[in-house]
Design a binder for this molecule. Structure first.
Ligand SMILES: Nc1nc2c(ncn2[C@@H]2O[C@H](COP(=O)(O)OP(=O)(O)OP(=O)(O)O)[C@@H](O)[C@H]2O)c(=O)[nH]1
Length: 430
């Protein structure tokens, strides 16, 4: 009905002025409004604009982003934008230079900005704040002043984005491919600020700032190689990623999502980072494999030396004590097979004989560890072998640990050596 109102107002200029005042007072006391527009169905005044604003209000609500009472962005919005800023800041210097800003622009809006447009954007920020532009690039403050990326209305990353569909058939394993390792290498370089090829606790914290939670606990330092200070080395860092990909590929996809893998590497999804290996049975038939990660489960009676064995694989001796709550049941490191680098993952299985799960038994090779100094320890290995592995195709080897100590006679009908001979196991490893 605005056509009636307009003609009425036009005949009374005083009222016209005051109606504007009334409108603005009315609107500012009602905070949910997004915009105010006059329209008329009779005169077709502002009809398309009305539909445009209505659609915009539904599809791109500002509610999750902006608090109109405080006239500032909501904390969740700031957190998301900070994450985006850190992912886009490829050299991690705290400033988005023209290249990084253009990358962000291309990723979000599918087109780069012309050099002049880049300058204009920075000038807008310069005009509005003093510390929004530094070294001719956007600071986080300047970036926050500007905008938003890949979030739903709750400002959480989409589940479809974090967990893209990836089918893993039975008897197949998951590994990172070459491009994913290159990406992870660049993430490492970005955060290894002092270039010592290891991540200090601060550097680890900085690396995971784009995550909603800290994904690595203190056990990781006992899972992979560290330097003299106990900091995770480059090798250790890649090993930990390899382990996560092998044991829990969904987690790996999620983590890569937080790091912005698919965006930075311009891939359809994080699934592009994963190689699903050929069925293990086919590998065994053909006696060939393309795999680069192999799993070895370590079984043995309590106190037989399993943890020490896992730690020795990371180059550590018994002097290094591990806090019980920092203990890891995995260790992973690289090893060479016919001149090719492979990852070997060792998994310590809990010695409760009656509770061996399928996961405890499924692996590429089994190590049965007994303590030469403990006369009761071989019996456990013999029992486990006979019950679970005698008829399986999984290769087994017997390890005599603590060979620096006196060798006690084992309480078992056969000596360990005779047991190996009888069952055609490789000769004892000491
Ligand atoms: N002398 C000697 N002691 C060892 C050796 N390996 C392990 N030990 C000691 O044996 C004890 C048990 O070793 P762990 O590695 O904890 O054995 P474990 O099988 O993991 O023990 P649980 O986790 O309790 O089943 C520790 O006190 C180690 O220091 C070795 O090669 N020589």
């Amino acid at each position: 009905k605005v056509n009636i109102m307009v003609s009425f107002l036009l005949s009374n200029t005083w009222l016209l002025d005051h109606s504007r005042v009334f409108f603005s007072v009315y609107c500012s006391s009602w905070l949910l409004y997004l915009c105010v527009s006059q329209c008329s169905a009779k005169n077709l005044k502002n009809i398309s604009e009305l539909f445009y604003y209505a659609q915009k209000a539904v599809l791109h609500p500002t509610g999750p982003l902006y608090c109109p009472e405080e006239k500032e962005m909501k904390p969740s919005c700031i957190k998301s934008l900070t994450r985006i800023f850190k992912v886009s800041d490829l050299d991690n210097d705290g400033i988005l230079n023209d290249k990084e800003l253009n990358f962000f622009q291309r990723t979000c809006f599918n087109m780069p900005l012309a050099p002049q447009a880049l300058e204009d954007v920075k000038n807008v920020v310069r005009k509005n704040m003093t510390d929004g532009v530094e070294d001719n690039g956007l600071t986080l403050k300047g970036f926050l002043f500007l905008h938003t990326f890949g979030c739903d209305d709750d400002l959480e990353l989409h589940q479809e984005y974090l967990f893209p569909l990836l089918k893993i058939p039975a008897d197949c394993t998951t590994e990172l491919n070459h491009n994913a390792y290159l990406f992870l290498q660049s993430v490492f370089d970005k955060h290894d600020k002092d270039r010592d090829c290891a991540l200090s606790p601060e550097e680890v914290k900085d690396l995971f700032k784009v995550f909603p939670y800290m994904p690595w606990g203190p056990d990781v330092n006992n899972t992979v190689c560290t330097n003299d200070q106990g900091w995770i080395t480059y090798q250790g860092y890649l090993s930990q990623w390899t382990l996560t990909t092998y044991l829990d590929v969904q987690r790996c996809l999620e983590y890569l999502g937080y790091l912005g893998y698919s965006i930075i590497c311009e891939q359809e999804s994080q699934a592009a980072a994963i190689t699903v290996t050929r069925n293990k049975r086919i590998d065994l038939q053909k006696k060939q494999t393309q795999r680069s990660v192999f799993r070895c489960n370590i079984l043995g009676a309590r106190g037989s030396g399993k943890t020490s064995f896992l730690q020795a694989f990371l180059g550590r001796n018994l002097l290094r004590k591990i806090r019980e709550d920092h203990k890891s049941f995995y260790s992973i490191n690289t090893t060479y097979v016919y001149g090719q680098e492979k990852y070997l993952l060792l998994h310590e299985v809990m010695p409760d004989f009656d509770f061996l799960s399928e996961e405890d038994l499924a692996c590429d090779v089994v190590c049965l560890v007994y303590d030469v100094n403990n006369p009761r320890s071989f019996e456990y290995c013999a029992k486990v072998y006979k019950q679970y592995f005698m008829d399986s195709k999984t290769p087994c080897m017997m390890i005599a640990s603590k060979s620096d100590l006196h060798e006690a006679r084992q309480h078992y009908s056969l000596t360990p050596l005779d047991f190996c001979r009888k069952n055609k196991l490789p000769s004892l490893f000491k």
